[in-house]
Design a protein around this ligand. Structure first.
Ligand code: AMP
Length: 541
């Protein structure tokens, strides 16, 4: 027997329709790429987003077609999101921190038909333009007066949407329709595409709104520093309009002074970013003896929150820190650290100890830790194993089937993180099984560094590992085993990498060893290597 209730498809266009109807005068404030602060409202934004839809339809873009963006957080970027998603196209956020060759590879793999970019990213496209195989049109997010010179054919965004109707119909398709695409290099091999559906994005939005998750409301002013191109800005471009929160978008500037200016002038109450951003802000506050009178909550994730950041926010500034863990594959929120009643009134050190853990799963997320044979391990806050996740907004595979079958017999996805769980579900990451380095919240592929390094004739074997860095959390150290009879220099090795990787991927140091430790199957034993270099300090630290 079926229930007798309305079938209201969970599609994201409804989020902005809701905001436009009920919170039409609530602002979205952006530090524009051109410099000035610009203001719009949900009421205005929806009309322009529908112009984007009309302009896309005009180009023959329809259900399932991929529309890519290479853009900072801004109201314009929001218009593109909703404009594409509203007509059933797939909005593909591309990470501009990648090397131009990787960007082209991803765009070709995704078969993007349109690429909408900020003026800041014109040089990236200049470098990759001959490699794009499927892009029919480049749109630059600016007006005709500010259009940059380009050697590829491009149209100004304002010109492109101008004259199009503001009432394009949205929705009306199945809630399982694909909605967003985001590639992650957080696993081995080529980047893999995570393909969100309307239903999972809406369910994730509902999950984020719970008080112990992000808990935002209509009276909040939210500054998502976390980029829309990396794991959906942790869902905030959906959660804010869903409740009518004011949004403050940082554009291209995420240094301490710029973020402080927005926090104070716009009276931001909730903000979210990776630890590196908060380190820059806290240094700026301390150097200039400034305060944070409006800020209530800061959500920190992407890598583990260092104790200094946690303590300074909580003790010196009276700001509630919510430590969050998640992945591109988990939409992305997986666990958050709002305190349980048993810890809420404890002394500050107990509360800090709790908050340094990665948090607990909200309703809609299930976790388990397993051993190498897949047996579930006890939730005793001690026993570590592979962290597995299942839930309402978790990937069940990758775009085009890459990576094969990724779920276990019980439908859990392997996160590649190593963690323990306490009886109340609080999760603590203790290691990483996947072979990547996370620097300032973004991935560096150790495998890419290694493959290029072993291409040098003086190198027998090479392995890249993440070493603790006070600002970036981790930075790469390249460990090299010279070829017999050879004595390569650090400069020779770094020259081998130059131009083949994004500049910020360059290892902070190169160490030479007689022998790189291998495991039973002949693969590099990274655990052992990390242990060998556990006391190593980078020259940049
Ligand atoms: P991404 O898909 O780029 O968002 O990266 C997800 C990965 O970042 C996770 O699998 C973890 O390895 C790491 N990560 C995210 N949040 C945290 C956190 N709070 N503590 C430690 N590692 C984290």
């Amino acid at each position: 027997m079926q229930g007798i209730m309305q079938n209201w498809p969970l599609t994201v266009d409804k989020v902005l329709e809701h905001a436009a109807q009920n919170h039409f005068d609530r602002e979205i404030v952006t530090r524009s790429v051109e410099g000035p602060i610009v203001r719009t409202t949900y009421g205005e934004l929806i009309g322009r987003a529908k112009q984007v839809s009309a302009a896309l339809l005009d180009l023959g873009i329809g259900m399932g077609d991929r529309v890519a963006t290479l853009a900072w957080n801004s109201a314009l970027h929001m218009e593109c999101w909703y404009g594409a998603m509203g007509i059933g196209a797939v909005l593909h956020t591309v990470n501009p921190r990648l090397h131009p060759d990787q960007i082209a590879w991803i765009a070709n793999h995704a078969e993007d038909r349109i690429l909408i970019l900020d003026t800041s990213f014109v040089p990236l496209i200049e470098a990759a333009k001959d490699k794009f195989e499927t892009i029919e049109k480049f749109v630059i997010l600016t007006d005709p007066e500010n259009m940059p010179e380009t050697s590829f054919e491009a149209v100004s965004y304002e010109l492109w949407i101008d004259g199009h109707r503001q009432d394009t119909a949205w929705g009306g398709f199945d809630e399982n329709t694909a909605c967003g695409l985001c590639y992650t290099s957080g696993t081995t091999g080529n980047p893999k595409g995570v393909l969100y559906s309307h239903r999972t994005n809406v369910l994730h939005t509902l999950i984020t709104l719970a008080p112990d998750v992000m808990g935002i409301g209509a009276r909040d002013v939210v500054l998502p520093v976390v980029p829309m191109f990396h794991a959906n800005a942790w869902g905030l471009a959906f959660s804010c309009p869903a409740v009518g929160a004011k949004m403050v978008m940082p554009g291209a500037q995420m240094d301490g002074a710029s973020i402080y200016q927005l926090l104070s002038e716009e009276k931001v109450t909730v903000t979210a970013a990776v630890p590196t951003v908060w380190l820059m802000l806290l240094n700026y506050l301390q150097e200039n003896k400034l305060d944070l009178p409006h800020l209530n909550k800061v959500i920190i994730g992407g890598s583990a929150v260092p104790e200094r950041i946690l303590r300074t926010f909580e003790v010196d500034y009276g700001v509630d820190v919510v430590h969050a863990w998640g992945m591109t594959e988990t939409s992305p929120l997986g666990t958050l650290g709002a305190l349980l009643p048993k810890d809420a009134d404890a002394d500050i050190d107990t509360r800090i100890t709790q908050k340094l853990k990665q948090g607990r799963p909200p309703f809609g997320v299930e976790l388990k830790v397993v051993d190498d044979e897949g047996n579930t391990l006890p939730r005793d806050a001690k026993t570590s194993g592979r962290l597995m996740i299942r839930g309402a907004a978790i990937a069940s595979g990758y775009f085009k089937g890459d990576g094969g079958d990724v779920l276990d017999d019980e439908g859990f996805f392997d996160t590649g993180d190593v963690a323990n769980l306490c009886p109340w579900g609080t999760m603590q990451i203790t290691d990483r099984a996947k072979d990547v380095i996370k620097s300032g919240g973004e991935w560096i592929s150790s495998i890419d560094l290694e493959n290029i390094a072993v291409g040098h004739p003086k190198v027998a074997n090479a392995a890249a590992i993440g070493i603790y860095h006070p600002k970036w959390d981790e930075r790469p150290l390249l460990v090299v085993q010279p070829a017999p009879g050879e004595t390569p220099t650090k400069e020779e090795i770094l020259a081998q990498l130059e131009g083949k990787i994004a500049k910020w991927w360059t290892p902070d140091d190169v160490a030479f060893v007689d022998e790189i430790p291998l495991g039973a199957t002949g693969k590099i034993n990274k655990m052992k290597l990390r242990d060998m270099f556990k006391d190593y300090t980078l020259p940049t630290a």
